[in-house]
Design a binder for this molecule. Sequence first.
Ligand code: SF4
Length: 350
Amino acid sequence: MKTAATLWREVFLHISAKLRRSVNLMEVCGSHSMAVARSGLRALLPDNVKLLSGPGCPVCVSASSFIDRTILLNRRGVKTAVFGDLLKIPGSLGKLRDENGLLVIYSPEEALEFARRHPHTETVLAAVGFEPTAAVGAAVLDSAVREGLTNFSVLCDFKHLRPVLDELASDPKTALSGFLLPGHVGSIIGVSGYRNLSLPGVVSGFEPENILYSLKMLLEMIADGECSVKNNYPQLVAEEGNRTALQLIDRYFTAADGEWRGLGMVPGGCWKIRDEYAAFDAACKYDLKVETPAGAPSGCRCGEILRGYLTPEECPLFGSACTPENPVGSCMVSSEGACAAAYHYRQVAI
Ligand code: SF4
């Protein structure tokens, strides 16, 4: 009897014969990068189909300047709450793991709760993430505003995914043919938030079978010359998304130009706290001017990997000078970074 792997391989070979050309696909989500690497499913794809990793790991794309400003806040005695994933990310002032007194949190609510319990302590949530975390950040801001907390603010580095998808779709160097779209972000922005991309896309969940089926759908669309967005994660993603979350995001944030590590300044690529809530915006409340030099650590190719120009294995430092124990760049730091995923699961075979 044929194994599932053999059957999937045959399915992809059948579609690839219809394609009659090479295609580059991109998974735009750190959770997808990790699931793809862990399951070894790239090995099932035909030679003319390449699945690249994109800039969908929020820790990987957190700007150096954001790390520097977080360090500055902490050094000034402000109780600064950070996600544990950020601790090893390099900024020009160092790494957060080398700072004393940080409040390491798992969810934004923990920072708010700390501020409530310590009304005389200035507390800042240093917040990163895409729309799902931005929605939680907006809910936390909503509570702080309603409660009139004066000792709580947010240093905001929430990322707006859609502008980057449009940028990647039009990059001739990557020459993408389609996107495996993040289900988590889709649960907030809905399928409608991905509509009118210039390339086909499939909103996908994270189980290997779901990803394989999403890739099949995507390749069939490409083979048929169809450019639309399909939903292969309907259990979590609705057409219009999560209206409550979208309203909260819209109430407290506005899309603004912002820096993505490795990609540079992205027009409309970040969520900024609206001016009317400036009292809760740490970037307005504190003087956080810092000269952060541009560019990646020496030899690091994260920017090219996040754009799909290179695979992690093509970086000369991969697995030698750069490992998860001694990461050089952000893509090797986060558990969902493309380089970390490729390193941890480099020997996985289906
Ligand atoms: S392997 Fe390390 S140095 Fe190379 S791109 Fe990835 S994170 Fe940067």
